[in-house]
Ligand binder design. Structure first.
Ligand SMILES: [Zn+2]
Ligand SMILES: [Zn+2]
Length: 77
């Protein structure tokens, strides 16, 4: 289950409508896959393990991002 607010906009995932979910999810996935490009931006806290996204290695990132996407998709809105 998702314990933290949205890593992108800081609102609870349940307070998003479908369009916002899509936008935040997409942005999170995009940033997570390009940590070097986005490293200078605001720190992202992983919604799954609550570590900074930059402290993940590539395989941890893959696992957490996949888990987050699965969890968000299984949220009942
Ligand atoms: Zn959001
Ligand atoms: Zn994580």
């Amino acid at each position: 289950m998702i314990k933290t607010p949205c890593p992108i906009c800081d609102k609870h995932m349940r307070d998003h409508d479908e369009k916002e979910i899509e936008k935040c999810l997409w942005e999170f996935v995009r940033e997570s896959k390009n940590p070097v490009v986005y490293a200078s931006r605001k720190k992202r806290i992983c919604p799954i393990c609550e570590k900074e996204m930059l402290d993940h290695n590539i395989s941890e990132t893959r696992v957490c991002v996949k888990q987050f996407v699965d969890d968000v998709e299984s949220l009942e809105l």
